[in-house]
Design a protein around this ligand. Structure first.
Ligand code: ZN
Length: 274
């Protein structure tokens, strides 16, 4: 906290300790966060606001750019969040809309939570990817909002899914999602798995490249960490890691886990379920 850091910002030279930096931010209200943010003293600030106040600059909006703010925060030992973290915050923000005359107020994160353990029904034409699986759009809205499916149209479903930040698609374009599964074959077998035996795909791999080196941990779908591929901060935040799967057997999951190149382990919490 008392080590002095030296850097240049907007043509000025600064020498500052973390303590001095944080002391200036005490009691400062956070400005609205657009993309990059950083947590200091239990509050989350836009990176430019944090740096300007922390080093004592007035009128910061024009004097330096976010990239410089990120550089200085990292130099001081903070871990500013990227756009991906901002998108996580976006997932927690409640969206408002009207469906069949009823007013709804729901966050994407809460909507997604309702899909834990829900098997996708057969897709005829329009689907949406939620937690790594494709659901028919009307099933998605029925499950996510807990509403009667006869009460709304496919167009309604599209409108609301888009509002919540999902990307509903037509079934002939689903192949674009293959990158998530590595190859067309892997994706086709994942799809076949759901179609032929929806209950057989019960294992997931969480690939994590941040905590203590690169790891790939095998979980059961019902594990509290896994939640059928949406646990661990949504699994889509690339700053933390990603979910791979689902796989029918532990050994299939293990094969995929080895392909990541990380240290393969089984989750201590859930593997008794297998
Ligand atoms: Zn687990």
């Amino acid at each position: 906290m008392n080590e002095e850091y030296e850097f240049t910002l907007g043509g000025e030279r600064y020498r500052i300790t973390r303590r001095q930096f944080e002391d200036r931010l005490v009691g400062v209200a956070s400005a609205p966060i657009k993309t990059h943010s950083v947590e200091i003293g239990g509050h989350r600030y836009p990176v430019k606001q944090a740096v300007a106040i922390g080093v004592g600059i007035n009128g910061y909006r024009s004097s330096f750019i976010s990239t410089e703010a990120l550089r200085i925060l990292r130099k001081l030992g903070y871990k500013p969040d990227t756009e991906l973290a901002a998108s996580n915050q976006e997932h927690e923000r409640k969206k408002e809309f009207i469906l069949s005359g009823t007013h709804h107020r729901v966050a994407r994160r809460d909507f997604e939570q309702r899909f834990v353990g829900v098997e996708p029904e057969n897709i005829t034409k329009y689907s949406v990817e939620i937690g790594g699986r494709h659901y028919p759009v009307k099933q998605a809205i029925g499950v996510g909002l807990g509403v009667e499916r006869l009460s709304f149209t496919t167009m309604d479903a599209f409108r609301i899914l888009r509002k919540l930040g999902f990307k509903p698609e037509s079934s002939d374009r689903i192949a674009v999602s293959t990158r998530r599964y590595g190859s067309d074959d892997a994706y086709a077998s994942m799809r076949a798995l759901h179609r032929d035996d929806p209950l057989s795909a019960r294992y997931w791999v969480y690939e994590n490249w941040q905590a203590e080196g690169h790891k790939a941990i095998i979980h059961h779908a019902a594990c509290g960490h896994c939640k059928n591929g949406i646990g661990q901060k949504g699994g889509t935040d690339k700053a933390h890691g990603q979910w791979l799967g689902p796989y029918a057997t532990v050994s299939a999951a293990e094969v995929e886990a080895r392909k990541t190149g990380g240290a393969v382990r089984r989750c201590k919490m859930c593997q008794r379920l297998s």
